[in-house]
Design a protein around this ligand. Structure first.
Ligand code: PEP
Length: 249
């Protein structure tokens, strides 16, 4: 069985001072953990986070990246800028970026291809809204987001891709998908990947669940066979809660 991959998404939270305190507290709490651990932090915290996490089992990720190498894209950050800092992962296509910042499947694809070409590992987020789920459109949405967001990604590149299934209705709401709902949706995404890339690639790709995962429900969610880990928002802001998810059994 694969180890799990637990990644925190701090969203727009924590200053550099907060980051120092958090990571210094977290390092001993997760040292020796079997699961893979990452923290995806705001751009301003990246340098500090990378420095503090050096030589530990905590990887650092960003929360967005632009597809161009450089140029007139005010407010954006390039792959090379993140690589130079020592960043390993980047969240792409989070539902908050789709909802508030005009992210589309087409821009998810551009960012993902650029990240992979430059040696960053993308955590590509997909997930249906409540209206889509209730309208019977969940599978259609997941299929479209997965296939379009990864359209020109090769089978070899899939070794560096992580997918996060995050039903929009469960993010930051305290409403979690049931273990079965999360498992079924991830199984569906894996099936789509199997059709495109074959069974081996589909089995090997890490597909996380995200949406109000916390220290209380993590063990049950992570015990499901399709769920390879978690992308954690709110509960990643408190070291004790985050470490309990990392160590959940
Ligand atoms: C997220 O931001 O990706 C997320 C899943 O948030 P939360 O855990 O707070 O629902």
């Amino acid at each position: 069985m694969k180890n799990k991959f637990i990644a925190g998404n701090w969203k727009m939270n924590k200053t550099i001072a907060d980051t120092k305190q958090f990571i210094n507290e977290l390092i001993p709490l997760v040292a020796g953990a079997n699961n893979r651990v990452a923290l995806c932090v705001p751009f301003t915290d990246l340098a500090t986070a990378v420095e503090l996490a050096k030589g530990t089992n905590i990887a650092i990720g960003a929360q967005n990246v632009h597809w161009a190498e450089s140029g007139a894209f005010t407010g954006e950050i390039s792959v090379n800028m993140l690589k130079e800092l020592g960043v390993e992962y980047v969240v792409i296509g989070h539902s908050e970026r789709r909802q508030y910042f005009g992210e589309t499947d087409a821009t998810v694809l551009k960012r993902t291809l650029a990240a992979l070409a430059g040696g960053l590992k993308p955590i590509v987020c997909v997930g249906e809204t409540l209206a889509e789920r209730e309208g019977g459109l969940m599978e259609e949405v997941l299929k479209r987001q997965t296939l379009e967001g990864l359209a020109q990604v090769s089978a070899e590149q899939m070794a560096d891709v992580v997918i996060a299934y995050e039903p929009v209705w469960a993010i930051g709401t305290g409403k979690t998908a049931t273990n079965q709902e999360a498992n079924d949706a991830i199984g569906y995404i894996r099936g789509i990947l199997a059709q495109k890339y074959g069974d081996e690639v589909a089995q090997n790709v890490f597909i996380q669940y995200g949406g109000s995962m916390n220290e209380k429900n993590a063990a049950d969610l992570l015990s499901m066979p399709q769920i390879d880990g978690g992308l954690i928002g709110g509960a990643s802001l408190v070291p004790e809660k985050f470490q309990a998810i990392v160590k959940a059994k």
